[in-house]
Design a protein around this ligand. Structure first.
Ligand code: ADP
Ligand code: MG
Length: 608
């Protein structure tokens, strides 16, 4: 069997995605490989296909039990014999797994790195050497990343104890230090290094700066009740708060954060992965273990501390290649929260004062980049890719900034008014007080301080408050003002502002020409009857998955169901041409889904 046959027969796909074929070829020709591909690019297939073509046993080292279980279940559904060994298995399961391994009838074995500490396990593999070893989430070997796992450091010694075989390392993290660590700490030999681009064209990016986040979130989720997604918050209490409100508003939501006990967390994750709840509200503790492919949106209720975290978290959407939305709700206070977190960073205590200071400076630098992503009026995708060292020449044309058709407007006079107001009031106030003065507020705070007599009072009477905020943000971004650190940041006018006050420099704001509404429900562009059929197919999938005790997306992915709903195959021959339908799934599920489609079509014909 060659790689194309394996792709079609077992996975039901007709072509490889970018990068996959090269990685597969390298492994098949006996080379070590480091593959850096973004989440959802299809890394698993890069070692699963070689495992089938090579025969024998392929060993896969993976950091989390939930990841292993998901993949083993998915492989089983495709008729590929695979097992995992982990600490939470029941006796019977374990014996069955060992039986398969001893008989040599198992293609892929998934383990956590800690298993390599078991002498008996290692000597089994020395006697029955694997044809290929793959290290998934290979960045876990590096202490530079946030997912460091000491167990990964055992891998190299273990590899040295085996007869030589190709080794593949897979990750979505591409920073140079992590890459160096993977190459060195895993001891890859003359590896083929393949990095695909970081762009994920199926993700839509949007930044909103709402006055009321909760209201905004509700507005965003209302049309998304039927699809699944994640809402990330930066603190545990916020997770609990948002979850409570969502439940109250009738949403199917659950919370996930490190303050909950392990059992509750596991339960929440399982329900989410089985489509039993729609929205997971979580801190960044909800992460790597999610292989769920049909996440249609990731909304950040707060801005994260850096773009690495943001892209990783947002990137959990749309793994099935279908359209998905990544929306960030920004507020100036998010920046304060992140600054506070950096100043409190506990890990710094093990470092020397100089080192700690350096780490802090780096964190502040990354924060400033994150912030400028939120404030930019340029293309969001370009900004992101640029940060990861990729140059994209053109604006993407479909992020919120590109879509709003922004036109630069000269705001120099208004900017001068703000600077004057700050200077004339003695540079003692924060931005909201200054904005109130300029907008001519009659609030008690303003009147008490006699600010209504200022010459700049009321000059911005007609200005939209949101626009006022953006103008101030832009002034800071361009370095004309800065905020003092501390609980109540005060506006200070910088030297640079002179040029703006004199008119030598000008300030432009890109003003959106229209309000952007992110496409609310993404079901692969399905409408009317097809959407209706898609819903019926989803129901059938849910029943089948429940009967077998697996997550629904393991039966078929959303994109496979979408294709069925659009093309409506009624014979087995037609059904097998749907992407994602391999031979085993055809015989296992074909009839169950064909039944739904046929009944649907008959009803339609009778009607017409
Ligand atoms: P990664 O590990 O890189 O994040 P996965 O291996 O989990 O990504 O794959 C993501 C999804 O893409 C899975 O649902 C997988 O079945 C699908 N996929 C992978 N390769 C292909 C392909 N060549 N054609 C269609 N779908 C694919
Ligand atoms: Mg993966």
């Amino acid at each position: 069997m060659d790689k194309y046959q394996a792709l079609q027969r077992y996975f039901g796909y007709s072509s490889f995605r970018p990068g996959q074929e090269e990685v597969i070829d390298a492994l098949l020709s006996g080379r070590d490989v480091l593959a850096v591909m973004p989440t959802g690019a299809g890394k698993s297939l890069c070692f699963q296909i070689p495992a089938l073509v090579l025969g024998g046993l392929t060993l896969v080292i993976s950091p989390l039990i939930s990841l292993m279980k998901d993949q083993v279940e998915a492989l089983g559904q495709n008729g590929i014999p695979a097992v995992c060994l982990h600490s939470q298995m029941e006796e019977g399961e374990r014996l069955a797994a060992w039986e398969l391994l001893r008989r040599g009838s198992c293609r892929l074995l998934y383990i956590a790195p800690e298993r390599l500490e078991s002498q008996s396990f290692c000597s089994f593999l020395q006697k029955h050497p694997p044809r290929l070893v793959c290290v998934d989430e290979a960045h876990c070997v590096s202490q530079w990343g946030q997912d460091f796992r000491p167990g990964y450091l055992n891998i190299r010694g273990f590899l040295d104890s085996l007869p030589s075989c190709p080794v593949g390392a897979f990750t979505a993290t591409a920073t140079p230090q992590v890459k160096q660590d993977i190459l060195g700490l895993l001891g890859l030999r003359r590896p083929v290094i393949r990095s695909t681009g970081f762009d994920r064209p199926n993700l839509y990016f949007e930044v909103r700066r709402p006055a009321h986040k909760w209201e905004e979130l509700k507005k965003l989720l209302e049309p998304r009740r039927e699809v699944t997604g994640i809402v990330y918050c930066s603190t545990r209490s916020q997770v609990d708060d948002v979850t409570g409100r969502l439940k109250q508003a009738g949403f199917s939501a659950a919370a996930y954060h490190a303050g909950m006990d392990g059992e509750h967390r596991r339960l929440a994750q399982e329900k989410f992965s089985r489509d039993e709840i729609r929205v997971m509200v979580a801190t960044n503790a909800f992460g790597m273990g999610i292989d769920k492919s049909n996440i249609r949106y990731v909304i950040h209720y707060n801005m994260p501390g850096d773009l690495e975290s943001y892209y990783q978290e947002a990137g959990r959407a749309g793994r099935d290649g279908g359209e998905a939305d990544c929306i960030l709700l920004f507020a100036q206070s998010d920046v304060m929260t992140q600054r506070f977190l950096i100043s409190q960073d506990r890990e710094n205590e093990t470092l020397s004062p100089q080192q700690a200071e350096q780490v802090k400076q780096r964190s502040l630098y990354r924060l400033s980049k994150m912030r400028s992503y939120c404030l930019t009026d340029g293309c969001l995708r370009q900004k992101m890719l640029e940060y990861f060292g990729e140059t994209s020449k053109k604006p993407c044309g479909h992020c919120s900034n590109c879509l709003c058709g922004a036109k630069p407007v000269d705001m120099t006079p208004q900017a001068q008014m703000f600077l004057c107001c700050a200077v004339r009031t003695g540079q003692r106030f924060g931005s909201s007080t200054l904005i109130s003065v300029l907008r001519g507020s009659r609030s008690q705070g303003i009147l008490d301080r006699g600010l209504q007599t200022q010459s700049t009072y009321g000059l911005w009477k007609t200005m939209d408050p949101k626009l006022a905020q953006r103008l101030v943000q832009k002034l800071e971004e361009q370095g004309y003002i800065r905020f003092t650190l501390g609980e109540y940041p005060v506006v200070k006018v910088t030297q640079k502002a002179k040029a703006l006050l004199s008119g030598a420099e000008r300030l432009y704001l890109a003003l959106p020409q229209k309000e952007v509404q992110s496409t609310p429900i993404r079901k692969g562009g399905l409408e009317g009857a097809s959407l209706n059929l898609f819903e019926q197919l989803r129901l059938r999938r849910k029943e089948l998955a429940a009967a077998e005790g697996v997550p629904p997306y393991v039966v078929f992915s959303d994109s496979t169901l979408q294709e069925m709903a659009l093309r409506r195959p009624v014979t087995r021959e037609q059904f097998r041409t749907i992407s994602g339908v391999g031979e085993v799934k055809l015989s296992r599920y074909g009839d169950a889904f064909l039944e739904v489609i046929r009944a649907f079509q008959q009803k339609r014909y009778r009607k017409t």
